[in-house]
Design a binder for this molecule. Structure first.
Ligand SMILES: NC(=O)c1ccc[n+]([C@@H]2O[C@H](COP(=O)([O-])OP(=O)(O)OC[C@H]3O[C@@H](n4cnc5c(N)ncnc54)[C@H](O)[C@@H]3O)[C@@H](O)[C@H]2O)c1
Length: 375
């Protein structure tokens, strides 16, 4: 435990549970500090976590006992917390999106480069066996030359199950900023970076009703479009049609399909780590399931942070859930919304290097050894 990487968690809401479950007891890391605007939350989480101290946000960001800040706050606070961390010489790994605006995200990455610290960002679900097996199949030529893809995320809205859903309906939220990162990061893994986009968006209602928790029945305003669709032109020439919606009821569409000259790949939900990848080959008669061949097996939220820490320790490879990829994802999202409001196609300025593929890594390896797959 002596040289375990020390993590300070800021933001102790719904998703923090999943991260703390993954990190607790992992030999490579130790959660040393927790903070939230709500001090009762930090006190109760610290009480359950041996070795972790409850701190104010400012104390945590300045603490000599923290190497990496894990930023699990709401999107509107992502950039402020990340900047606070890198300005104090700490690495930062955060939930998506990287920031609400492209300017803020660029400021975080520039400050980190100046300080010589790393920035990592969710989603890490795309490092699981679902998306990684699909990527390995595409790279092995299973569909021939990839030509186009579809990506579809439809739900009536998270206010049905989240007790504090306000952030889903303000800038930084909406279906594209909330769920788009899973689909867009996957599409980069599958088809490479995006060079330009055309978008269109709409809004079903101007308010939503909270469905659960102490605020159930309360009306909250909708300040962003709740249905966003668009076309992405990848640098490779492939085209993706994407739909992200909090306005639809249900769908039978595959979350992602990749169509190539000689086959079609059905790709599982990128909000999960696993799921079945299926292939239909030209001339064939049915779909065939592909066994998991790549990715972190039985992945869980936090594996991207472990990958980020292992990459830093190795000094020989880039983290897979990187700030550069998150910046590209954010630029793609902001460009889709700008395209929608300006009625024109938008060229992107960022081109991240392709994240390294994840070799098939058993759960015992990434959960119990000092860091996930090194290659
Ligand atoms: N809930 C999910 O299922 C889920 C899944 C994946 C990713 N995420 C992402 O995780 C992030 C957090 O989501 P959540 O559902 O846990 O939200 P939440 O509202 O349940 O929790 C956020 C916590 O951050 C705290 N916070 C807000 N601003 C802060 C600040 N400036 N300083 C310190 N603490 C602050 C809040 O008090 C709250 O405890 C979001 O970016 C979301 O997109 C959530």
């Amino acid at each position: 435990m002596g040289d375990a990487h020390r993590i300070g968690v800021v933001g102790l809401g719904v998703i923090s549970r999943a991260y703390l479950d993954t990190l607790a007891g992992h030999p490579a890391v130790r959660v040393t500090a927790v903070a939230d605007l709500d001090a009762t939350r930090s006190a109760s989480v610290a009480a359950e976590l041996p070795g972790a101290a409850a701190m104010t946000v400012e104390e945590l960001l300045s603490s000599p006992d923290v190497d990496t800040v894990l930023n699990l706050t709401v999107p509107a606070a992502h950039a402020e917390i990340a900047l606070g961390a890198v300005d104090r010489g700490k690495h930062v790994y955060g939930e998506k999106p990287l920031a609400v605006t492209l300017d803020d995200a660029r400021a975080v990455l520039e400050a980190a480069a100046k300080a010589g610290v790393g920035v990592g960002c969710a989603p890490d679900t795309v490092l699981g066996t679902g998306i990684q097996t699909a990527r390995a199949a595409v790279e092995a030529g299973a569909v021939g030359r990839p030509l186009f893809a579809t990506a579809v995320m439809v739900t009536p809205g998270h206010e049905r199950w989240h007790p504090q859903p306000d952030f889903y309906y303000v800038p930084g939220g909406g279906p594209l900023f909330d769920m788009g990162p899973y689909y867009l990061a996957s599409l980069v893994h599958l088809l490479g970076p995006v060079r330009s986009v055309t978008g269109a968006s709409s809004r079903l209602r101007d308010e939503r009703v909270i469905g659960t928790g102490p605020r159930a029945g309360e009306r909250i305003p909708v300040l962003v479009d709740s249905h966003v669709s668009g076309v992405l032109e990848h640098v490779s020439g492939a085209l993706t049609t994407i739909t992200t919606s909090f306005d639809g009821v249900a769908t039978t569409a595959a979350p992602i399909e990749v169509h190539g000259a000689t086959g079609t790949l059905s790709v599982p939900d990128p909000n999960w780590f696993d799921g079945e990848v299926r292939l239909f080959e030209l001339g064939g008669t049915q779909w065939r399931a592909l066994p998991p061949s790549a990715g972190y097996a039985e992945g869980a939220r936090g594996v991207g942070l472990l990958d980020f820490i292992a990459a830093d320790a190795s000094g020989t490879r880039a983290p897979r859930a990187s700030g550069d990829l998150a910046l590209h994802v954010l630029e793609t999202m902001t460009a889709l919304l700008r395209s929608s409001s300006e009625g024109r196609r938008i060229d992107l300025t960022t081109t991240p290097s392709l994240p390294g593929p994840v070799p098939l890594t058993p759960a015992e390896q990434w959960r119990e050894e000092a860091g996930p797959a090194a290659p």
